[in-house]
Design a protein around this ligand. Sequence first.
Ligand code: AMP
Length: 113
Amino acid sequence: MTIFGKIIRGEIPCSKVYEDDLVLAFDDISPGAPCHVLIIPKQEGIQNLNDVNASHAALLGHMLVTARRVAELKGVAAGGYRTVLNTGNDAGQSVYYIHMHVLGGRDLAWPPG
Ligand code: AMP
């Protein structure tokens, strides 16, 4: 069980930004920008993009729609923001429960480190 699995099950708290039937969005505990929100599916068992297939297309699309909503809720939509899914060791993934980062509120360097 990952830490995000425990958050989804309500076993540990989070700072909730948005929730619906499919996803939960909450503030990153160690923010890398003024807006740093994580969006996770309520469906458990997807570690990262390497686990997804066509059956997950609607869910992944919903995560992107949620990113836009989160950006608006956090006031960064107009200024711009970045969505990131880290997949695997080389990308620095630390929690193996698929999640989308929404980062904004400052200039973001490109390419990332
Ligand atoms: P990644 O490196 O892409 O796997 O991102 C995992 C993210 O989860 C990191 O940015 C962490 O700061 C964040 N994180 C870890 N534990 C928690 C937690 N309990 N609540 C909120 N964010 C967390």
